[in-house]
Design a protein around this ligand. Sequence first.
Ligand SMILES: Cc1cc2nc3c(=O)[nH]c(=O)nc-3n(C[C@H](O)[C@H](O)[C@H](O)COP(=O)(O)O)c2cc1C
Length: 264
Amino acid sequence: MNIIEAMKERRSVRTFDGRGITSAQEAELEKAISESTAPFGGKLSIKLKKFNLKEGYKPSTYGMIRGAEDFFLLGIGSDEASALSAGYRFEQVVLRAWQLGLGTCWIAATFKGSDFEKGITWPDGEQLKIISPVGTAMKPSLTEKLTRLTIGSKNRKLFNSLFFFNDFKTAVPEDNQFREALEMLRLAPSSTNSQPWRALVDGNSVHFYYKPKSPASVLDTGIGICHFHETEKFYGHKGEFSTVSGAPVPPENWKYLVSYKRAE
Ligand SMILES: Cc1cc2nc3c(=O)[nH]c(=O)nc-3n(C[C@H](O)[C@H](O)[C@H](O)COP(=O)(O)O)c2cc1C
């Protein structure tokens, strides 16, 4: 399965087979962690650990995880670059897991005093902010179906309400060079499916913004930018990210994050 298919097919998985991952799968996931990168700096550690959670796990946020033994844990710095990098980097691992036939579910919650924190120390300035189960998916339980329905997990906002061309009013033309990469961004997962990402296509550049919706909005946008860049790389396009001082000022309360420039 190529990365485009993985982005199209991936969904959050909350019901697992209870068997845990094999040592071969564990090795592949550790490799995916070590190969994941982010061009935005910040502080981030990703660990993979086994836990005995027979009763299932109910985050302080929403959802219910059943039948998982293996979890990714993300220690993240408190600045914007760390949040952006966490989204961008861990989504690479999520997509790799899907290609290996394994499901995951990003969970942003409070883990203070939980089993997930026990016996783990993080580098200075990092805190456990995200976990994700990983394993073989089972048919979604009724609770999982209800969670998906309540959040509207299947739905995504319309392309033309998120992405713009030259100004913040004009739609991106159907044949624009960034159309497919933005379409893949649109499919990314986000906290409560809030889809805070926004973008403006400007010649060979794309400026990325977010609409503040929750404490996870910058991280969510990092996930979306990962999908965008994976698509660029899949089609052999080279480009770089940088912060542009004169980035177009958006309407409303959107906040500028970073710009991507495709090499000529
Ligand atoms: C940063 C982040 C935090 C999330 N937190 C939770 C959570 O606490 N509980 C949960 O059940 N799902 C959580 N999700 C999963 C989202 O609800 C899910 O990605 C979204 O509804 C879209 O559905 P899909 O991933 O199946 O496409 C989170 C996703 C992200 C990206």
